[in-house]
Design a protein around this ligand. Structure first.
Ligand code: TRP
Length: 365
């Protein structure tokens, strides 16, 4: 039996590259705060990366290590939080198969996150069978840990809704829970799986350093859009990216304060997100609108603020880069802990489904 005084939470990332500032405000910051009060499990969803990049195993492997290194560098403490590799936790796959029987195929395909991915990644009709399956896999990622809460970005909410539906269904079908039961009472009523709650981060969507897209809106920071500032960028790179950042050209002509919208200007979006001195930001914004202060001064201040944030991360990253085996050791220990919990969940789930024929043990080396 695993026991911990702190309530458990679970969240994850698909390894698609290094972490950038969008990840920092969308999730890293949240996790740094949560690791003190919760028993945290951070899953690296390497199998999900195979849904669209099965032909790039080297990149996926590198990205698994990069993400773990970035989290450690950002201050995730391996003594407080557990990081682990999805593909080394077999109970997740086993639960995925059983859970896939509890949801209609059409329901999976109506999941808006999958629809958006098919559109944005231009998958057309050619996505693999494993692509829709990953959504059920994510339900298993979560329920295998029976967490009280799941911190995620807004785009993940449809997956969490499916998690709630499948948990209700399992509990009703195999644990005899009355369908009229309130969500928070499912465990009390004899259910195995909690009906989990999402938790969103402080900043839902950080813009990138580039110009607005075709719709006139600034685009989300993303590695593939080439508009990201990475936690692993050196000080010069941060400076270059900020000094070369897009700014609203209309500002120069605008004399009427209403004429320029600072939210359409990434420079101000960044100050509003990262500059702790709110008063400075609103004063300078006004001066900027009136043409009394130029881009360069505001950009210089942003460079200082971002480098102050990233500096300690860089220092710690160097230490971990020098000892790659330490990162692997953290993942190994984390994966062992993840297996203890998920094996226990699987045993209980199989018992509920009357498929508990034998006992087994699992050993990571
Ligand atoms: N799909 C999530 C993403 O791409 C990553 C993820 C996988 C996840 N399993 C999870 C997030 C479980 C929360 C809980 O960001």
């Amino acid at each position: 039996m695993i026991s911990s005084a702190k309530p458990r939470i679970l969240t994850g990332d698909t390894p698609t590259g290094k972490l950038h500032l969008g990840h920092y405000v969308g999730s890293v910051e949240n996790r740094l705060a949560l690791q003190n009060d919760y028993d945290c499990y951070f899953l690296i969803a390497n199998k999900h990366a195979f849904t669209t990049r099965a032909d790039k195993p080297d990149e996926i492997r590198q990205s698994v290590i990069d993400i773990a290194t970035d989290y450690l560098a950002a201050g995730i403490d391996p003594n407080k939080a557990t990081m682990f590799i999805q593909s080394e936790v077999p109970a997740i796959d086993e639960l995925t198969f059983f859970f896939s029987m509890l949801v209609p195929f059409n329901r999976v395909m109506r999941n808006p996150t999958l629809k958006d991915e098919i559109r944005d990644k231009e998958l057309g009709e050619n996505y693999p069978f494993g692509f829709p399956l990953y959504a059920v896999g994510q339900v298993a990622d979560i329920l295998a840990f029976r967490p009280v809460m799941v911190p995620v970005g807004e785009d993940q909410l449809p997956h969490l809704e499916m998690t709630r539906e499948i948990a209700r269904r399992f509990n009703q079908m195999y644990c005899g829970v009355n369908p009229q039961t309130e969500d928070i009472d499912y465990l009390k009523a004899g259910g195995l799986f909690p009906i989990i709650e999402p938790k969103l981060g402080r900043v839902r969507r950080l813009v990138g350093t580039g110009a607005p897209g075709p719709s006139g809106e600034l685009l989300k920071m993303s590695k593939s859009l080439n508009n990201a500032i990475f936690l692993s960028d050196d000080a010069d790179t941060v400076q270059k990216k900020v000094m070369g950042m897009y700014t609203d050209p209309k500002r120069i002509r605008a004399t009427d304060p209403g004429e320029t919208d600072p939210t359409k200007n990434p420079l101000w979006a960044f100050h509003e997100t990262f500059n702790p001195d709110k008063e400075w930001v609103s004063q300078q914004q006004e001066a900027y609108r009136q043409g009394k202060v130029g881009d360069v001064a505001i950009k210089r201040r942003l460079v200082e603020i971002l480098n102050a944030l990233i500096d300690p991360i860089r220092t710690r990253r160097k230490q971990y880069e020098a000892r790659p085996n330490d990162v692997l050791d953290v993942l190994r220990e984390g994966t062992k802990r993840a297996n203890s919990i998920t094996e226990e969940t699987l045993t209980l789930a199989k018992r509920a489904m009357k498929q508990d024929y034998f006992r087994r043990t699992l050993a990571i080396q």
